[in-house]
Design a protein around this ligand. Sequence first.
Ligand code: BDR
Ligand code: CA
Length: 308
Amino acid sequence: MARKVIIDCDPGIDDAVALCLALYEPRFEVLAITATGGNVSPQQASRNAHVILEQIDPPRYPRLGEASLHHLPRTDAKQFHGHDGLGNSGFRVSDLHHLHPSEKLICDTVRAAPDEVTIITLGPLTNVAAAFQRDPELASLVDRIIISGGTVTASGNVNPAAEFNMFNDPESARAVFRSRTTKTLVPLDVTQQLTLTLDFLNHLPKRGTSVGEFLGKIIPFFFRAYRQKGQESIHLHDVVTLFAALHPELFQTTEMAGDVETSGDLTTGATVFDRRLTPVWRPNMEVATEIDVSAVTDCLIRGLAEVG
Ligand code: BDR
Ligand code: CA
């Protein structure tokens, strides 16, 4: 039976690739895509989730949740993803009508299938924290949350201490970390091990297919953006997180006790783990610590070929 999932995201080019793979993946039943501000503004994130669905036209349409305008991200990542978050490709989209707020859609979707839904978060944890606040029992009704973000020993990517998704809403991240849900964290230490060089462009689905057309427009921008930062290869962080859900056997994990710093001139958004010889904090999540990079790369290439 296909695994029921909600994908909470801030698209974003790597989010978009993850969505393409997830929406064509027969082992997943994507019940909802819930947008949140992060890489781009909340409005743009909602729009982009809609654009992606229209562009790739998946076999089954999930419900779409609108990002909250109440929580504005502390910073964006437009220098990597473009002003529109999708490589400045100028996608048009039909008007958005009657979308539910993302947090409400999360609540309704989990309530409709208690203990069966996995939430994969690819952006700041704003929506999940808001859903848990709205419905305090919800945390114990989610099967698992798989979270893209944080760092264990790697340095941050927004600043020396913090990873982008955590930095953007550390209060929400802390609330989710401290919640009673079963959690898997896929931190930068692991996601940045997958590096893709220009040759990756040859593995995208063929132009002429909906996903091939879409990815063919956005991925070259990502390479250019990384090159401007001095790097010839790109990272698809959120795709690695998706594979942690789809192919857990390709990852090693350790039970750890983690929290998020919510204040501090230099450390807001830093994830902190009790790695003392004799830890005092109680383990509250599984953390991915190792990845079989070549197997994950093969899965990515195979996945894209199947989507095509
Ligand atoms: C995270 O930051 C965002 O820019 C990416 O989409 C990913 O979710 C990696 O730190
Ligand atoms: Ca993201």
